[in-house]
Write a protein that binds this ligand. Sequence first.
Ligand SMILES: [Zn+2]
Length: 213
Amino acid sequence: MPVKADTHRPSVGAPDGARWRILDFLLAHVGETVTNEQIQAHLDATGGSIDRWHQRLSELRTDYGWTILSHRDRDDLGRGEYRLESKVPCRDARKREPIPAAVRAEVIARDKSCQAGGCRLRDGDTDPETGGIVRLVPDHVVPASDGGRSTAENLRAMCARHNTARSNLYTGGKGRKDKPNLAALMRAASRDEKRKVYASLYAHFDGKHPDEL
Ligand SMILES: [Zn+2]
């Protein structure tokens, strides 16, 4: 079901109200860097906070197409800092079918851990690469941009780090496969992976074979 940006606002007191209150705050600060604390204070001041508001913020990106940048996307943003780039959501992302809450819960309960190769982090674990608490999110096996449905069969649990890396494989969005987004992938890579890529690039630019290092 397509979601239109101009019909996004539910009635007051709707259970997903926190999502729209976060969007209100970001829209009032387009182009500015805002912090975790500011969003939290806004939620507290406008009817109360909820436990997993970061997930609601993430859905504004993935399900509704708002370009909300974080430290995973931009080097000038620190952890816990966000920036809404535009007052208008991206049109492609609006075509994406939202994931029903029941399907989301089913996928996380079924998989129990991040399904990215070798990761296996579980909800509530401390991510050894970032030091943050792991929150599993549903990740499309066949990307929504390639027509993948938001069904349990086409979803798997993934930690936010791997989920974000998958959505940042290319600059210019999932449909733009001509520009690999190496910087974003390296930010999400493990220390071992970073070391290997660094060794290979170092060798290349230093004129050596990686095995000589
Ligand atoms: Zn993971």
